[in-house]
Design a protein around this ligand. Sequence first.
Ligand SMILES: O=CNCC(=O)N[C@@H]1O[C@H](COP(=O)(O)O)[C@@H](O)[C@H]1O
Length: 924
Amino acid sequence: MIHKFSVRTAGAAEPDVERAGRDLGLPDLEIWHDYYIQFATEPGAEGIAAVCDALHGPLGKVTVADVALAEGEVQVAYRRGVVDNESDSLVAMCAALGLDAVAGKMATSYKSSSPKLAEIIRATRFNQTIEELHETEPRYETLMPSGHYEPARYYDLTKLSDDELAELGKAEGRNLSLAQMRHIRGIQEQLGAESVTDVLFEALDARWSDHCAHTTWKSLGSLLGRLVAASKDTQNPNILSMFHDNAGVWDFYDDHAIAVKAETHNGPSAISAYFGQLTKLGGVLRDILGTGLVADPIGSFEYTALGVPETPAPIAGRPAPKQIASDTIRAIKEYGNTFGVPMTYSHMTFHPAYRAKPFALGGSIGIMPTSAAQPGQPQPGDLVVLIGGLTGNEGMHGASASSAGSTMDVTSVQIGAPLEQVKFRKALVDLRDAGCLRALTDVGGAGLNSAVGEIGDPGGVWINTALVPLKTSALPMWRILLSESQERMLLAIPPAQYAEASRILKRHQVRTTAIGRFTDTGRYTVFHQPALAEADVLERAEPGEFGELGFDVPYELLDFDIPRVETGPVPAISTPAPSWPSMAVDEIGKLLEQVVADAEVASQHYADSQYDSTVQGNTFYGPQYGDQHRVSTGYWAGTPVDGSRAAAVLSTAFNPWLFDVHPVDALRQMFVDVVAGQVLAGVALNDICLTDNFYTPHLAENWQEWLVGMVDELAALVRHFGVPVISGKDSSAGSTATDEGVVSVPPAVFLTALGKAPDAAGLTPEQWTGAGSVLALIGPRTPSPVATVAGRLLGISEGPLDAVDLSTVDAYLAALASSRGSFRSATRIGPGGVAAGLVKGALASGLGVELNPEAAQAELLFAEHRAGALVELDEAALAALPEALNSVVLGRLVDETGVRVAGTELLTPAVADRWSGSFTARIS
Ligand SMILES: O=CNCC(=O)N[C@@H]1O[C@H](COP(=O)(O)O)[C@@H](O)[C@H]1O
């Protein structure tokens, strides 16, 4: 029997619901969760009352049982085939209450008197790929996912023609090419086997995907190798681990190290922005946990570029940009806040090239003892231990479909459940400290196949998929292997440590199953043998009879050589350089109103304020500052080691409009921007490292040339500045076939910088400190209007980017490091240029600035000098500033708030309002 429990707010609507009601134009909106629970034995009135009590807790909620959906209410629930993560928690909760539940399901209900309720919810809060919308009470016969084990399929590839091979390679949503299928036929022949299984096809489809094997980068001439070689050449002693683990590891202070990683979830976020964005954060936090022998996440960051909110989705049925925006905010809030990690940076960009497939980047940094910085190596006989969430029929082909840019369907969406990850986070740290771990890795893209296959390489490993705890009653072997169900980790535990490890995991309520053993056979072996129990795995290192064999293949047969693609030089673009128009002060004022309303400049407080940035108590600075208004900082700093003032400093640089114009020149500007920003904050040049996230199209003109050109430029910059790149990810399928034709993202790379400083107190503050001081512009200039916010608004779209001379930057950085101490405050110059910096400086501090009359020119105010900064200093300190800072005085700070030039107030109420409200108005 199934009972329904609706947990509703007892009194006034919660702020979140009120906000949602306002956003959706439904002022009387009510939102609540319905939990359906299937019991093996009737719980009775007392049991039902106990469940009600447990569900609503003491927080001003009431739970009503078995109340059907009424008129004026709509409910959104997962489709019947999609298994709900809450099911497990509901069953566990009932067990704790002494009730015999077998399955559960959660739904969200909405109520309003508006006749448009269903229409609005369908358009904004509903994902038809994985959800169903009910206007009357749904009838469930059972909540138990039904199914029976489907045996593996066997194919004798030696008997198939090329056409048949090609067809088989693409069957069931696979993305194997004919060449790859021929290679698999070669494996069959070398094994002397009569047939091979679909399990092997699927395993190799994932293993050889761009996501797992970086095929695009390899085909263009070992691009990753070029970056690694350049980073090695820096001989930077802070590099503890680079590109050979789940994250890069940078030496810190006090015998600690910091792991850093960012990755993207572009493909999934285009289908389900909510789950794509949720799992981008979950996935990257797991990467940090799975680095070395466990790093503990101390910060997350995220960046999303999506289409213009006022435009529809270019593919029918896909979420429109506005929905992606609100789903993103909801997802980031739900994962980050629940996991308990401070948000260090978040930003949303609206750019038409991302309307088909957003740029969904999630990142994290974590702290670890230096002794745990290196990844472990499983030893023969060690147990393969799977911990965390259950495995279900979701995230299928996530890695290969996103790599191939092919259609992703219902089952390719990953579903996140942050609480599951909260449980094993602490358990992993305890396991590390108790010396129980030989090695570990996260389970994410390409599921167990990637985790087991990679951690077992080259020594050897076997697993029994029949031991994997499932959400559904049955899944075929290949689905168990490929499922990208979230919140799982894979551990290598020596048998002698297993008892202790299980005790620790049990204490943290983490599901733990030994599913196989590491070996010294050099073979990767997957089979399904229900007769081999976990106790047998714990007892003996040999599997015995395989039962149904998926594959048993030497690792050396699993390599697939990628043919080399030759590329030409990056295209030469010669367009004349436009100049800024001359503008009267009132025209400057009008332009400023528009500039501050652009999403690159406007306050994103609506989103930022929903993300917890102080949890853990280590945040020293950022991600916002300002006594009067909250303005995004140019960097975040945290002090993650107890009792130490040493700071980790995080900052980013990305601007798609620059990459639209010239990807290689844009990369140079972004590199110099992020590095100069770190030096400005107070980090020494050789204490900075980077992570890269390349997101490039695969069907746009010259995409290969641009990609190679960008990688070579990045390698050259790494060598020049001695700033290494220590981790990264390439997402190389940024072109999407849409109803309007192919839409491609610009070839681009997002840069994240991690720096360290011995004392957080020595970092540069950004808030203006007081009347009387002088405000100056410093740094190498990039005066072109091209790709600036103001330039876009003025319709200037053609022309080159400014060249940045590296020796000028060298001299500037040296001067910056030596004279930084004389600045009372300093900010990076970002989108919107000096003018945006002045407006934000005044709004943040409540102080004002009187600009020199000659400052009233468009170029000075709106050019985005990307390596430069706005600095505040005492007049007396001006004379001592080194030449290489290239300083020019802009004006003087005064008590009366505002930005005044030639007697005109530029910071009008309209400017302030547009800066505060534009972002919110566009996405809500
Ligand atoms: O599973 C959680 N997260 C980590 C992860 O490995 N995700 C994998 O990346 C794909 C998106 O790639 P993109 O479209 O950005 O190139 C996604 O579909 C997953 O397979």
